[in-house]
Design a protein around this ligand. Structure first.
Ligand SMILES: [Zn+2]
Length: 288
């Protein structure tokens, strides 16, 4: 009896070691991190659109979901298989290249909270998103913050005015902009924020280590004034290969080069991971 128990016990321990070993191997291949002393920010390669995932010890935050369901594959590549919840979803604005993937995520994941500007927009996909988020929504304005753990936080920088139930001729004017801070490291997450609004938040912005370039590198964003203020070290452009808009615009790419930023683009470089452990940000490329 005792021998059988010992045998079974050994077999179970060996099996557990095997499972844990394969999980670790899988996680390092996919770029997942189980550590509680670092923060990972993904700028996913999801075609023409935006999808940024912040994986921090206290919170997982998804900012926009891209133009289709690809986001589900990306999330399952970087999240542990048992994790079906996301603490916070932020929709920068109602355009389909930002909100469509969020609909898929709201259908599949337990999402605790949803932030957006509260603005109205007439599309079917945005109306479906509004129905799905019901009961969890927050029309946010500048100053709203969330603690991510390790002293890191995410703060809303725009809009600076109430947009709940408002319809704007240009929805980009109500685009939710967030500033991520962790120790000395700052990342500005812009969605499709445009240059005339950039000028209005300049004096509230610190030096930015990592810039998620506005509006997929369009000429309507990333003013010289913004770049001179934030002097980004890295410029990450979320953009689809061969897109119809000519994004990123060569003038913007040139502007970013002149300021000395290292440019990485999802269409050419794939999925971009920013790893933060309190020191300099480590930016690496993956093909999830
Ligand atoms: Zn867009």
């Amino acid at each position: 009896m005792a021998q059988t128990f010992q045998k079974n016990f050994k077999a179970i321990v060996s099996l557990l070691i095997l499972i844990i070993g394969s999980l670790i191997a899988q996680s390092s291949a996919s770029g997942t991190t189980f550590n509680n002393d670092r923060i990972v920010i993904w700028v996913f390669d999801i075609g023409q659109g935006d999808a940024i995932f912040i994986d921090a010890p206290d919170k997982q935050v998804l900012i926009d979901g891209g133009p289709d369901g690809q986001i589900l594959e990306k999330l399952s590549a970087v999240m542990p298989f048992w994790d079906h919840s996301i603490d916070l979803i932020i929709n920068t604005h109602p355009h389909s290249d930002h909100v469509t993937g969020l609909v898929k995520v709201l259908e599949r994941y337990d999402v605790a909270e949803v932030w957006d500007s509260g603005q109205e927009y007439g599309s079917d996909v945005f109306e479906y998103y509004q129905a799905l988020k019901a009961g969890r929504e927050n029309g946010v304005q500048a100053g709203k913050k969330v603690d991510l753990g390790l002293g890191a936080e995410l703060e809303v920088m725009w809009p600076t005015f109430d947009l709940i139930d408002q319809r704007l001729p240009n929805v980009h004017n109500g685009n939710v902009v967030t500033l991520f801070t962790f120790g000395n490291t700052n990342m500005l997450i812009t969605g499709d924020f445009e240059d005339e609004n950039e000028l209005q938040i300049l004096e509230d912005l610190p030096h930015i280590d990592v810039l998620k370039v506005g509006h997929h590198g369009s000429l309507t964003s990333t003013s010289i004034e913004l770049l001179n203020t934030i002097t980004p070290n890295y410029a990450l452009i979320s953009v689809g290969e061969g897109n119809d808009y000519g994004h990123p615009h060569p003038i913007i790419v040139d502007r970013l080069k002149r300021i000395g930023a290292l440019i990485l683009r999802t269409d050419k470089d794939g999925d971009i991971r920013v790893l933060l452990d309190g020191g300099e940000p480590q930016v690496e490329l993956f093909d999830l």
